[in-house]
Design a protein around this ligand. Structure first.
Ligand code: GDP
Ligand code: IMO
Ligand code: MG
Length: 467
């Protein structure tokens, strides 16, 4: 691994971190999810020893395309395709064992080894009543529905907060599991019956089902925080793979149209059980336009022809649910917000090729609310719903970019578009993705070992890294 010194502390007291020959990197979604985190994680995993998923569950769908073969991962870190890479499903995730086992079996069928897969014993477990309650409560919400993936994510995290959750370590102890599940299922049956008019669950059936899952998963279960800490001590390179995206964050996203975890960079530390001092880099992944699945406001949404072009060219269908993703222009207010909330060092811009045929391309540079121009993302959901995008129109390049290998190969107008996004977001672009496969990528600047933070022009303007 390349030696990399990031923490240039000149204070002798910081000796521990001085000359630390590793880079620990967080990769997060900078929009509403599906930005191409799977592709970027897979790419960066080449130099990672450990890849960790810190939050979310099987609501995530991360696509990795290798040698024409498509892998769709929900809970297993995208580093799994490298047999030497330790892949850890961390403490802050929620685990649906049925779906996880299916995912493991699918990988095995494709000759991908899962010997390097580890599961946190303190992660919470999705139970059948979580899935039922998720779907029934969405139906009950009617016009106020969130448009969840229906995978029981919200109810599993709700039980975690309410302190009635079942954790992986409970699964590993059959007596404890029986005791906990008998109580919990009787409690949940009241809710299923009285609130949702659904049939009760039989505790004995659920216990038998989950004990079988426990036997299957047992060899993978570990104390994940300790395992990650030991990797830190061994100076291994660790990549924290975000799920969902900044605007789906429970605290900082477009509440209530969010998921129930913290997909922002800070959430990676909490979910993995590491301190923020071990993190060297935070990389945001953003599409060259915007998409969103589920309900909630979306200022740059395009309902007419261009939206359909983006949806069709970008194959914008949910990896997990198959739902058509809503499409819109790039929103730089969101981009700047993602830089702020996550402390992004650089951005990977994906799916630039999807814009190849367009005559002109709009970018939202600010919002207008009641005749006032706003440059910052509003923390008030009501304000956000009334934001009208202020657009700048750029000329399209109308050329195929899918085979471009370096910045110089890009049409000048495509490069201008990227530079414009970098300036607006106030962050350098280190990676440009021009297709789903590994080789359809321009590494502008090594995002891990290259210079940190914004690269600036002489006049102080952030530029596309390396250009
Ligand atoms: P994730 O959830 O952030 O990992 O993203 P998804 O996998 O849900 O969705 C991204 C989709 O875009 C997948 O089908 C990827 O194969 C695909 N993709 C990723 N990067 C590119 C790109 O640069 N161009 C095109 N055309 N497709 C891409
Ligand atoms: P990846 O990791 C896009 C959305 C759902 C819904 C909201 C709440 O592939 O980027 P939930 O089931 O989490 O309670 O749903 O969050 N959502 C995602 N949208 N990509 C995802 O994951 C998502 N995970 C959840 O569509 O709007
Ligand atoms: Mg996805």
């Amino acid at each position: 691994m390349t030696a990399y010194t990031n923490k240039n502390h000149n204070n002798g007291l910081c000796k521990l971190y001085f000359n630390k020959p590793l880079a620990n990197v967080i990769v997060i979604g900078a929009q509403w999810g599906d930005e191409g985190k799977g592709k970027i994680t897979d790419l960066l995993s080449r130099s990672a020893d450990v890849v960790v998923r810190s939050q979310g569950g099987v609501n995530a769908g991360h696509t990795v395309v290798v040698a024409g073969q498509t892998f769709k991962l929900h809970l297993i870190p995208s580093g799994i395709l490298y047999p030497e890479t330790e892949c850890i499903v961390g403490s802050g995730t929620v685990i649906d064992p049925q779906v996880l086992i299916e995912e493991i079996e699918q990988l095995k069928a494709l000759n991908v080894s899962v010997d390097n897969l580890f599961i946190s014993q303190t992660a919470h477990v999705t139970m059948p009543y979580h899935r039922s309650i998720d779907m029934a409560s969405e139906e009950r919400r009617g016009d106020y529905k969130i448009g969840t993936t229906g995978r029981g994510i919200g109810p599993t995290y709700a039980d975690k907060s309410e302190r009635t959750g079942i954790r992986v370590l409970d699964l590993m102890d059959s007596d404890l599991l029986k005791e906990k599940l008998e109580w919990t299922i009787n409690y949940k049956n009241v809710i299923l019956d009285k609130l949702y008019n659904l049939p009760p669950l039989d505790p004995a059936v659920v216990i038998t089902e989950y004990l079988a899952y426990a036997d299957y998963l047992r060899p993978h279960v570990v104390d994940s925080s300790l395992q990650i800490y030991q990797a830190v001590q061994a100076k291994k390179n660790i990549l924290f793979e975000g799920a969902q995206g900044t605007l789906l964050d429970l605290d900082h996203g477009t509440y209530p149209y969010v998921t129930s975890s913290n997909p922002i960079a800070g959430g990676s530390c909490v979910g993995a059980g590491v301190g923020p001092t071990i993190i060297d880099r935070v990389i945001g992944v953003a599409k060259a336009y915007t998409t969103r699945v589920g309900e909630g406001p979306f200022p740059t949404e395009l309902s007419e022809e261009v939206g359909e072009i983006l949806g069709d060219r970008g194959a914008e269908f949910g990896t997990t649910t198959g739902r058509r993703r809503r499409c819109g222009w790039f929103d730089a207010v969101i981009g700047r917000y993602a830089v702020r909330i996550n402390g992004l060092d650089c951005v990977a811009v994906t799916k630039l090729d999807v814009l190849d045929t367009l005559e002109e391309i709009k970018v939202c540079v600010a919002y207008e609310v009641d005749g006032e121009t706003r440059h910052h993302f509003p923390s008030n959901a009501v304000d956000f719903a009334s934001c009208k995008p202020v657009y700048k129109t750029l000329p399209g390049w109308q050329q195929d970019t899918t085979n471009c290998q370096k910045l110089e190969d890009l049409p000048a107008k495509a490069l201008s578009y990227l530079k414009f996004l970098a300036e607006l977001m106030e962050v350098p672009i280190a990676i440009v993705s021009l297709g789903p496969s590994r080789d359809q990528t321009i590494i502008v600047e090594d995002p891990i070992h290259g210079p940190k933070r914004a690269l600036l022009d002489a006049d102080g303007t952030p530029v596309v890294a390396g250009s």
